[in-house]
Ligand binder design. Structure first.
Ligand SMILES: NC(=O)c1ccc[n+]([C@@H]2O[C@H](COP(=O)([O-])OP(=O)(O)OC[C@H]3O[C@@H](n4cnc5c(N)ncnc54)[C@H](OP(=O)(O)O)[C@@H]3O)[C@@H](O)[C@H]2O)c1
Length: 271
């Protein structure tokens, strides 16, 4: 896929993985629309992305909206299409996490996580898709997580929202082929972003024990893997060897991993 003069709309593009991908795409000549809530952070990110432009005429704009609010999403996507044109690439990266033991989570956390991670993705796709279908081209890139492949202690709010994205992507892939719209789903590993730092501050120690064994990647490495997957028109994008292994073997690995996680937690609790 040649990205020059293509328009990429990236939700969650003001930080972390979304911003790193925006920088890469700008370097390949794409026009970029960033969508997130905080206007100051969006403008700072847009300035950084402009710094990576491959040519002067590229348009890098930011749009403030909460993806969990369907009306806001519809209005904002309409504005984006008016100002920047129909997206060739729609990357739904906006997301949140609030780890904690199920019985200790504050009320509403699971609902909010599902609203942002799942419905935020669904609303954005629904708002942009009709115009993409009319043009009969484009690609949706949904950002799930390794925690969307395997449920982990402390992620009862997060994992289900990321599992749900897998279901959505698999159904859409089959339905959208006939309209020339490609679909990708990304399963990133732990990535060094503000979300991970925030999460690390409140993670139960059991979650820390389990996830601490995995390698943390840079947002730039994850963005490069996503770009490669987009270019190859891959349906599944697994940044790094561990995620590739987990994706391919998770039905076999899950019972072994669960036994290992339980063992580590029991050992630590006894000690
Ligand atoms: N970091 C990891 O270890 C990791 C691993 C696997 C998967 N992921 C997934 O990758 C995606 C990006 O994560 P990240 O680590 O790059 O996070 P990040 O640095 O915290 O960035 C999150 C982005 O989403 C936006 N956002 C959050 N809530 C939003 C809302 N309600 N409406 C609109 N925008 C919203 C944020 O901007 P505002 O707050 O200003 O809205 C920000 O631009 C997420 O879906 C995350 O679940 C991350």
């Amino acid at each position: 896929m040649n990205l020059r003069n293509q328009h990429a709309l990236i939700t969650g593009g003001s930080s972390g993985i979304g911003k790193a991908l925006a920088v890469l795409l700008a370097g390949r000549g794409a026009h970029i629309s960033l969508m997130a809530r905080n206007a100051t952070r969006l403008e700072d990110a847009a300035a950084e992305v402009r710094g990576a432009k491959a040519d002067r005429d590229q348009r890098i704009l930011s749009f403030s909206a909460d993806v969990s609010d369907r009306n806001q999403v519809e209005d904002t996507v309409r504005k984006i299409i008016r100002d920047q044109g129909v997206p060739d690439l729609l990357v739904t990266c906006a997301g949140m996490i609030h780890p904690g033991r199920f019985m200790e989570l504050p009320p509403g956390v699971s609902e909010r996580t599902m609203e942002v991670n799942y419905f935020g993705t669904l609303y954005t796709i629904r708002a942009a898709l009709p115009s993409m279908v009319r043009r009969k081209r484009g690609r949706l890139v949904l950002i799930s997580s390794g925690a969307g492949l395997i449920g982990i202690y402390g992620y009862t709010a997060y994992s289900p929202s990321k599992f749900a994205l897998r279901g959505l992507a698999e159904c859409l892939r089959g339905e959208l082929r006939q309209y020339g719209i490609g679909v990708s789903i990304v399963y990133p590993p732990d990535t060094d972003t503000p979300q991970l730092s925030k999460e690390n501050r409140i993670k139960p120690f059991e979650t820390r024990l389990i996830t601490g064994a995995a390698r943390t990647r840079s947002p730039q490495m994850v963005a490069r893997a996503i770009l490669k997957g987009i270019r190859k028109r891959s349906f599944v994008i697994t940044p790094g060897f561990e995620m590739t292994l987990l994706f391919r073997l998770h039905s076999i690995l899950a019972p072994l991993a669960e036994r290992y996680f339980d063992y580590r937690i029991a050992l630590r609790s006894r000690g």
